[in-house]
Design a protein around this ligand. Structure first.
Ligand code: ASP
Length: 325
């Protein structure tokens, strides 16, 4: 058994660990842990209290994946509900679909009786208002919101303070592996922008046979490299969890255009080994982990890798490619 989460998951990981220890399924333990983070207004990047988009609206993304059935549920740009992870869980349980976004996601949330919430707290509103007054020129303010926004999202909030997510990866006492994510995405993002968190295969992926991966940070990078699915696939192809994550780092090294920033890659394997690497990270990038037999979750520093050029190093994949299939 194992549960692993990023820094922002600290408030929920104890609950998940406790539930796993009692024999609860990985899916239920993850959902319960993430719900605590979503409801905690002091976590500014997830759920209520999260950063709003350019229009001052809080749009939430979340997902959950069952690594045994490969069923997934995801919601994107959901407004007005407290627990995107639980709405995502019900997409998994009750629909023949895997993802809902925007008005359709909100409609579904209402239909299942999900808890409503005004997620824009007074503090988030104040932050947005002061950005609006500082950064938006007077002529645009007068015509707001019917104004061009492309340039405005280029001056989004400092990505290192205004961006994060929570991700949970777990293996339960029956060996089942699951992942879950929840985020408000970037502060001052372009309305409708989805990051990696609701995109299964980019921000998370789980396969009980091999392991799981989930990412935080610049979701655009995880989307472009298909990071989470890639890590699990690399494990399927025979790489250790450590080599699989290093290979995903090498995939990101090829990104020299577009947004190239920080991404933290969290991964576990089916034997409860793990690896967490913060690409372009810093010492504040930590993770929390609990394993069977430990009394409580503990915080650890992520390993840091810096990607500065497109040069590709000979990596595990090249060694793998040299082997006959
Ligand atoms: N990955 C999230 C996104 O791109 C944000 C983050 O984790 O910093 O929306």
């Amino acid at each position: 058994m194992i549960v692993l989460t990023n820094t922002d998951g600290a408030r929920g990981v104890g609950k998940s660990a406790h539930l796993l220890g009692q024999g609860t399924s990985a899916l239920d333990a993850i959902e319960a842990g993430i719900r605590i983070v979503e409801a905690d207004e002091t976590v500014r990047t997830v759920g209520r209290g999260g950063w709003p988009n350019l229009l001052g609206e809080v749009e939430l993304d979340g997902s959950i994946m069952d690594g045994t059935t490969l069923r997934t549920g995801a919601v994107g740009a959901l407004q007005g509900f407290l627990h995107p992870v639980s709405v995502a869980r019900q997409v998994l349980e009750r629909l023949p679909h895997e993802m809902l976004v925007g008005a359709g996601a909100a409609r579904f949330a209402a239909e299942i009786g999900a808890e409503r919430s005004d997620n824009l707290t007074a503090d988030s509103r104040r932050s947005w208002q002061s950005w609006f007054e500082r950064e938006v020129p007077p002529d645009l303010r007068q015509a707001w919101p019917d104004v061009p926004m492309i340039d405005l999202c280029r001056h989004a909030i400092d990505p290192e303070t205004g961006r994060d997510t929570t991700v949970f990866l777990a293996q339960d006492s029956n060996g089942h592996i699951a992942t879950g994510t929840s985020t408000s995405g970037w502060g001052w993002k372009y309305p409708g922008r989805l990051g990696d968190s609701p995109i299964i295969g980019a921000g998370s992926y789980a396969d009980t046979r091999y392991g799981a991966c989930a990412c935080t940070g610049a979701g655009e990078m995880a989307i472009r490299t298909g990071a989470a699915r890639a890590v699990v696939l690399y494990m399927k192809m025979g790489l250790s969890v450590g080599d699989a994550v290093e290979e995903a780092v090498e995939d990101m090294r090829r990104l020299t255009t577009g947004l190239v920033s920080r991404v933290t890659i969290h991964a576990i394997d089916a034997a409860a080994n793990h690896k967490v690497v913060a690409v372009n990270g810093n010492p504040s990038n930590t993770y929390w982990m609990w394993r069977d037999g430990e009394t409580e979750p503990r915080c650890h520093p992520a390993e840091i890798r810096v990607i500065t050029s497109a040069d590709s190093k000979p990596t595990a994949s090249l060694r793998y490619a040299a082997q006959p299939l």
